[in-house]
Design a protein around this ligand. Structure first.
Ligand SMILES: NC(=O)c1ccc[n+]([C@@H]2O[C@H](COP(=O)([O-])OP(=O)(O)OC[C@H]3O[C@@H](n4cnc5c(N)ncnc54)[C@H](OP(=O)(O)O)[C@@H]3O)[C@@H](O)[C@H]2O)c1
Length: 294
C-alpha cells in the first residue's frame, strides 16, 4: 500500500481506506451481520487498509460500535476518521457527539473528526471553537469537512488556523467529476487532503455505457475494473479513496492488490477525458481506436 502525508502534517495515511457506510445498517441499526462485518474490518486492517472512515449516523451509531469491536486490540495501527451530523453543530452538541462516538468506538481519541454536512444556521466559528476544545482535550487530532461547497471550504481555510484543518471529503468517481476542477485543485493548492467518497459510484460503474471499454482496459492491465477506477482516483495528487468495505473479494483485495503498479500516463489522461461517453461511441464505430490511448 502506498501512503501520503495528511495535509501538511507528518501523519502518514494509506491512499486507499475503508468506507463503512452500510456496515451495521445504513441509517438504522441492523445487527444481522455483525460478526461478518467485524471480521471484514479486521481483515482490511490486516491487509493494510488502516484508514477507516465512519460517521455517527451510520447504522444509527452501530457502525461505530462494530469498528470499536473490530479494532480495539489494534487501535494504534488504525487512523480513525468519524463525522458528526449537521443537526449536532452547536458547541455543546459537537462535544457530546464526539463523546458518544468515542464510547462506541472504544477509544480515547478520533484521528480525524469531520463535519458531515454544513449547517448554515450555526456560525463556523462556534463549530470550530468546539473542535478546538476537543483537540486541546486530546479527544480528536485533526479536523476535516465533508460536502462543503468551495466557497465554504475557502471560508474555513481563511478563518480557522486552529484546530488543524486537514481534509475535504466529497463524492468523486468516474461519472461525478465535479470535485476535480474545484475542490480537488483547491486541496492541491492549499496542501489539504481530498478524501474521495463513493469512488466506485456505489457499484453503479457496472451500468456505465462505457463499462465494456473499462473491462477491455482492465484486461489489458490484468486488473479488475474497480482497480483501474481506484488507481485513476488516487493518481490525483493529495487524493485518497475510501471504497466501501463490502467484501474481501469484491473490495478489500482489489483495493490493495497490485494497486501500486502504475498504469500509463496516457491511460490516466484518457480516463480524465470528460468525453468518455463520446470516446466509447467512437470505439464502437472504429474498433481499435481506443488502443492508441492506452
Ligand atoms: N461524507 C459523506 O457524505 C459520504 C457519503 C457517502 C459515502 N461516504 C463514505 O465513502 C464510503 C464509500 O462510498 P459508498 O459506500 O457510497 O460507495 P462505493 O465505495 O463507491 O461503492 C460501494 C458499493 O459498490 C459495490 N462494489 C464494490 N466493489 C464492487 C465490485 N468490484 N463490483 C461491483 N460492485 C462493487 C458494493 O456492492 P455490495 O454492497 O453489493 O458489496 C457497494 O455497495 C462510504 O462507505 C462512506 O464511508 C461518505
Amino acid at each position: 500500500m502506498d501512503f501520503l502525508n495528511l495535509a501538511a502534517t507528518s501523519e502518514k495515511i494509506p491512499l486507499i481506506g475503508l468506507g463503512t457506510m452500510g456496515l451495521g445498517g445504513y441509517f438504522l441499526k441492523d445487527s444481522s451481520r455483525d460478526q461478518e462485518y467485524i471480521n471484514l474490518i479486521r481483515n482490511g486492517v490486516e491487509l493494510g487498509l488502516t484508514f477507516i472512515d465512519t460517521a455517527e449516523v451510520y447504522g444509527a451509531g452501530h457502525t461505530e460500535e462494530l469498528i470499536g469491536k473490530a479494532i480495539n486490540k489494534k487501535r494504534s495501527k488504525v487512523f480513525l476518521a468519524s463525522k458528526f451530523s449537521p443537526e449536532h453543530s452547536s458547541f455543546h452538541q459537537v462535544v457530546k457527539s464526539c463523546e458518544y462516538s468515542l464510547k462506541r468506538l472504544q477509544t480515547d481519541y478520533i484521528d480525524l473528526y469531520q463535519i458531515h454536512w454544513p449547517n448554515y444556521d450555526v456560525p463556523l466559528d462556534e463549530i470550530f471553537f468546539a473542535l478546538e476544545v476537543l483537540v486541546k482535550k486530546g479527544k480528536i487530532r485533526f479536523v476535516g469537512v465533508c460536502n462543503f461547497p468551495l466557497s465554504w471550504a475557502k471560508e474555513v481555510l481563511k478563518r480557522i488556523k486552529n484546530p488543524p484543518f486537514c481534509s475535504i471529503q466529497d463524492e468523486f468517481n468516474l461519472l461525478n467529476r465535479t470535485a476535480e476542477k474545484q475542490v480537488i485543485s483547491f486541496c492541491q493548492k492549499n496542501q489539504l487532503t481530498f478524501i474521495a467518497y463513493s469512488p466506485l459510484d456505489q457499484g453503479k460503474f457496472k451500468d456505465y455505457k462505457h463499462y465494456k471499454m473499462l473491462e477491455k482496459i482492465a484486461k489489458k492491465y490484468q486488473k479488475s475494473v474497480s482497480q483501474i477506477i481506484l488507481r485513476w482516483i488516487i493518481n490525483h495528487r493529495n487524493v485518497i479513496a475510501i471504497p466501501k468495505a463490502s467484501s474481501l473479494k469484491k473490495t478489500l483485495l482489489p483495493s490493495i492488490l497490485k494497486l501500486t503498479v502504475r498504469i500509463s500516463n496516457k491511460l490516466i489522461a484518457f480516463l480524465k477525458q470528460r468525453l468518455l461517453m463520446y470516446l466509447q461511441h467512437l470505439y464502437q464505430l472504429l474498433p481499435g481506436a481506443i488502443e492508441k490511448f492506452i
